[in-house]
Design a protein around this ligand. Structure first.
Ligand SMILES: NC(=O)C1=CN([C@@H]2O[C@H](COP(=O)(O)OP(=O)(O)OC[C@H]3O[C@@H](n4cnc5c(N)ncnc54)[C@H](OP(=O)(O)O)[C@@H]3O)[C@@H](O)[C@H]2O)C=CC1
Ligand SMILES: N[C@@H](CC=O)C(=O)O
Length: 405
């Protein structure tokens, strides 16, 4: 019998207990022994719970018990999670986490610490929720050089954009529903809507692809807050939908670029049909070509299923999993990973669209604002256009790239 502990008994942590119990037989078969949750650490009061006997308030109780072989971290954030995880790994316990903020910030360090102490540090649920992406990348795609990753990695914003488009829900209504369903970040749903959550996830995938730590602070990030119904309608007229896209690319000169931004996705692009809480991540390997991972990106049981799969791997493989799952520490860059490639854009402007250095084709107007197409321009040219417009009393309010069909 393998005993484990859960730190943080919220949406995902409670899902881990439920998955362990509901699928106990299958988990025991795959782990080679039954897996039992012996302790749950949480700051809240669970004295009325039928599982009250499992709850503890002190990590030392867990660390003092030699029966505990692996610890699940589902507290979130870094303030408590990071020192607790360090202590678990230093004690030789494997850790399985869904906490992308911690992995994106301290991943290289925690991977090295796990190896040093003969433990596993696993984080499948930190990207894609229940959708497998980390394990396929370091195992199934191990023989490939990965030069491009792009997709929808935030369930909350994808759910909100779907509800706003299909059901005409307001931004606030859609966010409230995402929170009620346990999709949104509890500590700060701004992490979802302002793109920080997607930024942490693409930083993790980029680190895995390029082999050294890529910091979220170096990735230009925009969320969905600035979008208006005019943008959505203009996208529709262009046979596109707007999606929050996280992307990473290795350039021809070996440099890296990455970003998180709302983009126009043509209806013919497979990402256009990814709705609700679903995520889809396209990975380009030099041998395989393109492969897409698709599934539920958030929610209690989907996310917990990925955490429990990691628990099984940690119990079976231990530190050996880090023969393929690792990346090197790196210094934070002193500049952002900019996108220098030209592409098509949709810009929303106020006060006129003619006579500027970049030709603009009007698509749709409302309340004195016009959405226009701009062909084949770089981000630097769009930034220069914004300055030029301002100097002439006009305003460039929003610029969205268009993905290829
Ligand atoms: N929800 C989802 O669909 C997904 C979440 N994740 C990630 O998983 C992690 C957990 O998310 P989620 O379950 O939604 O978050 P919750 O807020 O629902 O759960 C966290 C739990 O940890 C408790 N907690 C806070 N501080 C401590 C502490 N110092 N010691 C012990 N317990 C503590 C919280 O109590 P209190 O409420 O009082 O603070 C709460 O009960 C996050 O990193 C999140 O980003 C990843 C994929 C999907
Ligand atoms: N808030 C996140 C939860 C999963 O990572 C999301 O919506 O994707």
């Amino acid at each position: 019998m393998a005993k484990i502990a859960i730190m943080g008994f919220g949406t995902v942590g409670s899902g881990v207990l439920e998955v362990c119990r509901r699928n106990a037989a299958a988990i025991a078969r795959r782990a080679g022994e039954p897996v039992e949750v012996k302790y749950i650490l949480d700051v809240r009061d669970f004295s009325d719970s039928p599982d009250a006997a499992l709850f503890v308030k002190d990590l030392d109780i867990i660390l003092a018990d030699p029966e505990v072989k692996a610890v699940v971290e589902t507290i979130g954030g870094t303030r408590f999670a990071y020192p607790y995880v360090r202590r678990c790994l230093e004690s030789g316990r494997s850790v399985c986490t869904s906490n992308k903020e911690m992995v994106a910030t301290y991943g290289a360090e925690l991977l090295a610490l796990a190896r040093e102490h003969g433990a596993a540090f696993l984080f499948e649920a930190s990207v894609g929720g229940g959708t497998p992406i980390i394990t396929p990348m370091h195992q199934c795609l191990a023989a490939n050089h990965i030069s491009r990753i792009e997709g929808i990695v935030n369930g909350t914003t994808n759910f909100m954009l779907t509800k706003m488009k299909r059901e005409g829900m307001s931004f606030d209504e859609a966010l409230r529903l995402a929170q009620k369903l346990g999709y949104a970040e509890t500590k700060d749903p701004g992490d979802d809507v302002d793109g920080r959550d997607a930024c942490r996830k693409i930083a993790i995938l980029a680190s895995l692809a390029c082999g050294h730590h890529v910091y979220p602070d170096n990735i230009p990030t925009r969320g969905i807050r600035e979008l208006t119904s005019l943008d959505v309608k203009a996208a529709e007229s262009l046979e596109c939908v707007i999606k929050l896209i996280a992307w990473y690319r290795e350039e021809a000169n070996g440099g890296l670029s990455a970003g998180v931004e709302p983009m126009l996705v043509p209806d013919t692009n497979q990402l256009a049909g990814v709705d609700d809480v679903f995520n889809a991540i396209l990975v380009k390997g030099d041998m395989l070509g393109d492969v897409v991972f698709y599934g539920k990106g958030a929610g209690k049981l989907p996310t917990a299923s990925a955490v429990v799969a990691d628990v099984i791997d940690a119990l079976k493989e231990g530190a050996a999993v880090h023969d393929s799952l690792f990346w090197q520490p790196a210094e934070k860059l002193d500049h952002m990973l900019e996108d220098k490639k030209p592409c098509s854009w949709c810009v929303r402007v106020r006060g006129g669209a003619y006579g500027f250095s970049l030709p603009m084709e009007p698509v749709r107007s409302e309340n004195g604002q016009t959405v226009c197409r701009v062909h084949n321009a770089t981000r630097a040219q769009i930034d220069a256009l914004a300055v030029e417009m301002k100097a002439r009393g006009c305003e460039l309010l929003l610029a969205l790239k268009q993905m290829p069909a």
